[in-house]
Design a protein around this ligand. Structure first.
Ligand SMILES: NC(=O)c1ccc[n+]([C@@H]2O[C@H](COP(=O)([O-])OP(=O)(O)OC[C@H]3O[C@@H](n4cnc5c(N)ncnc54)[C@H](OP(=O)(O)O)[C@@H]3O)[C@@H](O)[C@H]2O)c1
Length: 322
């Protein structure tokens, strides 16, 4: 099968397309024909061996896994012994975790890991766009216990997590302020944001307003800067790990009414199922920015490296059911 392989850390040129052997499903596993995968900002960092503190997991001097790629949407084509959650031919979407392998024509997954039947009313390209940002946004909003009529500010509202967070927070009944550059104001308004702040010209931490939740989806702010604009019992959410947030989470829990929250969305099965139901009910829309062919995986990475993507970047692997 064809796969995108990587043997050293580096820029997009470190990626190559090669023929490698197809994985075989073992007990409790399924073989998935991958139709679409994505390139996220986390994967663009992993390609470079970043963050450095992640190297024990990623691999010290080069990627531990030959095939990276964490998100997939595709069709179940073979069942390992005892696997019975899915039928052959079922459309599924999911997250491989550090086992990786999604930038390939086929992958194996344990049927009990982060894999679910995909929504019936979207394409594979749209389904895969639900796997990274939207599941992470849902995971964090539930950690914050966002309530109807609360006020939330989403920083990085035009990114993968941000565009999903805006939609989900609106669906949860919250009043949403979105922070992004002017070029993306119309986009985030169309997702339901009531108020939009351009981070190039305004600093939301200096506004006279306050919010119950500040969701920093891109890691450009901090708990200390946001604390004054959080209401009493306010929550600051950060998706990006750093020394500061690691120290602030326990300190805020001990000494402050306002909370700082960092976590990692890894086991995504519950969120995948909830997003599928929302999408099928017409309550959430996957946001695809650009679609690249597998042969153009380097171009997809170069685009993600700009830091300017809107929503999700998808890579089409296969268009048939072979
Ligand atoms: N903790 C977890 O479980 C978890 C899970 C997934 C991802 N992550 C991490 O979360 C972070 C965000 O991921 P993502 O995929 O959502 O990001 P993304 O889609 O790559 O974000 C791109 C967006 O960020 C906006 N942006 C850039 N600089 C900004 C600034 N200073 N202020 C506001 N917006 C800005 C850009 O808008 P403009 O073009 O308008 O600037 C662009 O639309 C990454 O660091 C990723 O590794 C964490």
């Amino acid at each position: 099968m064809k796969a995108v392989v990587q043997y050293r850390y580096g820029g997009p040129e470190a990626l190559q397309i090669r023929d490698i052997s197809c994985p075989v499903p073992r007990k409790g596993e399924i073989l998935v024909r991958v139709h679409a995968t994505s390139v996220t900002s986390s994967e663009a960092k992993m390609r470079q061996g970043l963050p450095l503190y992640g190297r024990p997991i990623l691999g010290w001097f080069g990627p531990r896994r030959e095939v990276l790629g964490l998100e997939f949407a595709g069709t179940v084509v073979q069942l390992g012994p005892g696997a019975r959650r899915f039928e052959i031919g079922a459309g599924v979407f999911g997250f491989t975790g550090m086992r990786c392998g999604a930038w390939a024509e086929y992958l194996v997954m344990s049927e009990n890991d982060s894999v679910e039947r995909m929504p019936q009313n979207v394409s594979f390209e749209e389904a895969v766009a639900l796997v990274d940002g939207p599941t992470t946004a849902l995971f964090f909003l539930e950690k914050a216990h966002l309530c109807p009529s609360e006020r939330i500010l989403v920083n990085g509202a035009s990114g993968s997590i941000g565009t999903a967070a805006v939609q989900l927070a609106v669906w949860m009944g919250a009043e949403v302020t979105a922070v992004c550059s002017r070029a993306n104001h119309e986009l985030v308004r169309s997702l339901g944001a009531q108020r939009v702040i351009d981070y190039h010209t305004e600093d939301f931490t200096r506004e006279r307003e306050s919010w119950d939740v500040v969701f920093d989806s891109v890691g450009t702010s901090s708990f200390c800067r946001c604390r004054p604009c959080l209401r009493p019992s306010g929550r600051f959410l950060s998706t990006v790990l750093g020394v500061k947030i690691l120290a602030q989470v326990p300190l805020a829990a001990l000494f402050c009414e306002k909370k700082a929250i960092f976590s990692m969305s890894i086991d995504k099965r519950r969120e995948l199922a909830r997003l599928r139901d929302l999408v099928e009910a017409g309550l959430h829309k996957p946001l695809v920015d650009r679609i690249f062919a597998m042969e153009d995986i380097r171009k997809a990475h170069a685009y993600v490296d700009t830091g300017r993507k809107k929503g999700n970047v998808v890579v089409r692997i296969a268009q048939d059911n072979a």
